[in-house]
Design a protein around this ligand. Structure first.
Ligand SMILES: Cc1cc2nc3c(=O)[nH]c(=O)nc-3n(C[C@H](O)[C@H](O)[C@H](O)COP(=O)(O)OP(=O)(O)OC[C@H]3O[C@@H](n4cnc5c(N)ncnc54)[C@H](O)[C@@H]3O)c2cc1C
Length: 327
């Protein structure tokens, strides 16, 4: 029997694995896709908002060429940490179910089953985009992930949203000769957009280089046009592609499969003790990292989420000492 199964090999899952393994707990990390899979989906040349020391785990220094790390440097860093710690990780093995109870869980994956005393879910939020739920959203030309600007050069591109991802995509695509129109539900660019990005975008809008509709929603998407609901009434916009930068949310279906209840608050926060132990309503099952914030995906990030690992493993160690294994 294992002591701990960690679900998810993002930065926080890796931090939890390191912490557990260093305390001599028999640990397995199960990851449904690649190592640090969320980063693989990020824009190719993405620069992190955080400086490198704030992304470090396990005490390993993260040296970067510039002031902020790039996506590829972060992928290299976390891989090197996983190798240096000799973490026990099974990649491309999705967890599909969880049976049993504290001290004697059975974790089911697509390929196997594992007996473990404790489970930590560090499953993030990047797999499930927030949908607009409008006709045409499933057309090929509508994308919820932005990789790079090149496919959109010389096209009519609508970008939905007003957060950091929308702002960065709009600026990058405009600078690669896309005809960009930003469609914003509220009356301004989000206050949360980073201070070095927001004025750049606002100035491009003011000078007319990027078109913008505020207080506007998309009503329907067709192959060549978008139907908008604007303050001046319905409008049609010529359109080749839509980048719906409408955010992401945790996989609530999976949390439900794990038996984790959800609070009736605006963020739909998964039930867990976020002050001390991070244990959920199901004893012996913990949440770690960005998934803890529910739909409030900016509450926890790597900078603060990496510290969940120590608290969780403190609690796991103390309860395992109190209840020695029977198997
Ligand atoms: C574009 C972008 C930029 C960001 N920049 C920063 C930044 O500069 N600084 C910062 O601190 N934070 C940043 N964040 C926020 C946050 O740090 C990241 O989202 C980070 O990846 C969260 O780490 P995590 O380990 O909690 O989750 P993730 O990295 O998302 O890891 C979760 C893992 O769980 C796996 N998984 C899910 N379900 C299952 C399953 N059923 N079975 C097995 N595996 C499963 C997923 O495949 C994934 O690999 C950024 C986020 C985005 C989207």
């Amino acid at each position: 029997m294992l002591d701990v199964v960690v679900i998810g090999a993002g930065p926080v899952g890796l931090a939890a694995g390191i912490e557990a393994q260093r305390r001599d707990l028999d640990t397995l990390i199960l990851e449904k896709d690649a190592l640090c899979n969320s980063f693989i989906g990020y824009p190719t040349r993405m620069e992190f908002f955080s400086t490198p020391e704030l992304l470090e785990i396990g005490g390993y220094p993260f040296a970067t060429r510039d002031y902020k790390p790039r996506r590829e440097e972060a992928l290299d860093y976390y891989r090197r940490v996983a190798v240096a710690e000799d973490l026990n990780i099974n990649l491309y093995e999705a967890v599909t179910d969880l049976h049993g109870s504290d001290g004697a869980f059975t974790v089911k994956t697509e390929e196997s089953t594992y007996e473990t005393r404790k489970v930590v879910a560090a499953t993030g939020f990047y797999d499930i985009p927030n949908r607009m739920d409008v006709p045409g959203e499933d057309l090929d030309k509508v994308r919820h992930y932005f990789k790079e600007p090149f496919p959109y050069a010389l096209t009519d591109l609508a970008i939905i949203g007003a957060g950091n991802s929308a702002a960065k995509a709009a600026l990058a695509c405009y600078r690669h000769d896309a005809n960009v129109t930003l469609i914003v539900r509220d009356d301004a660019i989000d206050d949360g957009v980073k201070y070095w990005i927001k004025p750049d975008l606002e100035n491009r809008i003011e000078e007319g280089s990027i078109d913008a509709y505020f207080n506007t929603t998309v009503e329907a998407i067709e192959e060549d046009v978008l139907h908008l609901d604007t303050p001046d009434g319905p409008e049609q916009l010529d359109n080749d592609f839509v980048l719906a930068m409408t955010g992401y949310k945790p996989n609530y279906e999976f949390l439900d499969t794990l038996g984790i209840a959800v609070q009736d608050d605006e963020a739909r926060t998964p039930v867990h003790d976020d002050e001390e132990t991070f244990e959920t309503n199901r004893d012996g099952l913990y949440l770690a990292g960005t998934v803890c914030g529910g739909c409030d995906t900016s509450r926890w990030f790597i900078e603060n989420g990496r510290f969940h690992a120590e608290k969780i493993v403190d609690h796991i160690s103390s309860t395992l000492e109190a209840e020695p294994a029977t198997v």
